[in-house]
Design a protein around this ligand. Structure first.
Ligand SMILES: Cc1cc2nc3c(=O)[nH]c(=O)nc-3n(C[C@H](O)[C@H](O)[C@H](O)COP(=O)(O)OP(=O)(O)OC[C@H]3O[C@@H](n4cnc5c(N)ncnc54)[C@H](O)[C@@H]3O)c2cc1C
Length: 432
């Protein structure tokens, strides 16, 4: 049986960047366990692809996400330039439809500055100024953020994987973690094919499965999670450039982790609308509404017994979910939501569905969505759950922060000096 100092579960953007840092700073043996045949096959390769400027993140409630996103922008840019990966400085307009939403934009500008964004990157424009920029856009006002970028996070994760392998991380693909045997100073990790490995310390970054895995370590007992599929429609080439900037609208329900579908300029030149947020039973139900009866029943069980039950008794949440379902069943309903700010669109401009992705927000025992990422230490292990949007943007800095925390706890010892590294660990830690 193979032995490692550190085993990371999950070859998404988070597990891969954590492996980059550990292998860059330590001589320890590190592996990343991933059930698919490569990295970024799930959320990290199925998102909107935006490198977000954190103007819309509350600096108190979403402090970790906001700081990490701000610091990571230049880190991703350096990687993209070095590796010739997509980096399209497309900009975003956050649109307000009335005076009360305009007030939210003013608040966003203040939040952005608090989160470190420069004043001149965030311009509040009136409807005429916006019309001159984007003539098909209908708005009361908008916040133009010129630093938002479109990229391909799957490609960026691949590039980080390659560097991590050069630093001697071992990627173990096509192994699904099933269970653990806890020993005093190690953990035996059992896979579904009955093979196993052993590690001294485990880091759980398994995305939509993180909470379930953490529960195997007796953590987060009264927490639950829900899975929401975000679907996209691709605009026909003829209409793809009627608006050249990303367009988002002010969230109508900031207490819930959903945004209205946006108009997205992808790094590959296509334009899409999406994502909506349709509840599904598993983190991988990319089509239909039921993957297998057992997981559907198990998810229903969670809802009926856990904190999520309180959410399903909230009429505002139920009405929102009904709305989201409608936009999954009917393309017209989805396009109508975007027509709210680009009225000249028509459903027949969108012939093909894009690649859906699934978010897994965690719900507290009192039935509320948790706004920021949560971390817990377990027996010989560290668990990261609720790593949602803009988690792809913030991964380089957030993963450095995790490594710093493991250093401070004495779990990672005797780091070596960084040589010819892509990103500088100490300067990130000083800023975060
Ligand atoms: C629709 C949508 C749009 C988004 N848009 C953006 C955006 O534009 N910008 C942005 O910054 N963020 C965005 N996000 C958020 C971002 O994509 C996520 O925060 C990020 O990708 C999470 O990365 P991760 O590594 O934690 O999870 P994942 O990418 O899901 O990786 C977890 C990995 O663990 C593996 N795994 C799970 N269980 C096991 C097991 N038992 N054994 C072995 N392997 C296992 C999975 O196969 C998976 O590869 C979006 C998310 C969604 C859903």
């Amino acid at each position: 049986m193979k032995n490692f100092d550190i085993a990371i579960i999950g070859g998404g953007i988070l597990g891969t960047t954590i492996s980059y840092w550990i292998s860059n700073l330590y001589d320890s043996s590190v592996c990343v366990i991933e059930k698919e045949s490569d990295v970024a096959k799930h959320t990290s390769g199925r998102n909107t692809g935006v490198v977000h400027t954190p103007f819309y993140l509350d600096p108190e409630k979403k402090k970790t996400f906001a700081k990490s996103a701000h610091i990571s922008h230049d880190l991703w840019k350096k990687l993209a330039v070095n590796t010739n990966s997509p980096w399209m400085e497309v900009g975003t307009i956050e649109v307000a439809k009335d005076e009360s939403q305009h007030k939210t934009l003013e608040k966003y500008k203040k939040w952005g500055i608090k989160n470190g964004v420069s004043d001149d990157s965030l311009l509040i424009l009136n409807s005429n100024e916006l019309k001159q920029k984007e003539k098909y856009l209908e708005s009361y006002s908008g916040l133009f953020c010129k630093t938002d970028v479109s990229t391909d996070y799957s490609r960026l994760t691949q590039e980080i994987k390659n560097i991590s392998i050069q630093n001697s991380t071992e990627f173990i693909f096509q192994k699904t973690v099933k269970s653990f045997e806890h020993k005093n100073d190690s953990i035996k990790i059992n896979f579904t094919d009955n093979s196993s490995i052993e590690c001294k310390y485990l880091i759980n970054c398994s995305g939509g499965n993180s909470l379930d895995i953490a529960k195997q370590f007796d953590l987060f007992e009264s927490y639950s999670d829900l899975h929401f599929r975000g679907e996209y429609w691709i605009a026909d080439n003829k209409y793809a450039n009627i608006v050249k900037t990303n367009i988002y609208s002010v969230a109508r329900h900031p207490e819930f982790p959903f945004l209205d579908p946006h108009w997205i300029k992808r790094a590959n030149g296509t334009t899409e609308i999406g994502p909506n947020a349709v509840p599904v039973p598993t983190p991988e139900t990319y089509d239909g509404f039921v993957t297998d009866i057992q997981s559907t029943i198990s998810k229903l069980g969670d809802i009926l017994t856990g904190g999520a039950k309180k959410l399903f008794l909230n009429p505002e949440f139920l009405s929102l979910i009904t709305h989201e379902f409608r936009s999954s069943i009917s393309k017209d309903a989805m396009v109508e939501r975007v027509m709210n700010f680009i009225p000249s669109l028509e459903p027949n401009y969108f012939a093909k569905k894009g690649t859906a992705g699934i978010r897994t927000p965690v719900i507290s025992p009192d039935g509320n969505f948790i706004p920021d990422v949560i971390e817990r230490e377990g027996h010989n292990s560290f668990h990261i759950v609720n790593y949602n949007s803009p988690g792809a943007t913030g991964a380089p800095a957030y993963s450095a922060l995790i490594v710093k925390k493991l250093q401070n706890k004495g779990i990672l010892k005797n780091s070596k000096p960084q040589k010819n590294s892509l990103w500088n660990f100490n300067s990130i830690i000083e800023r975060i």
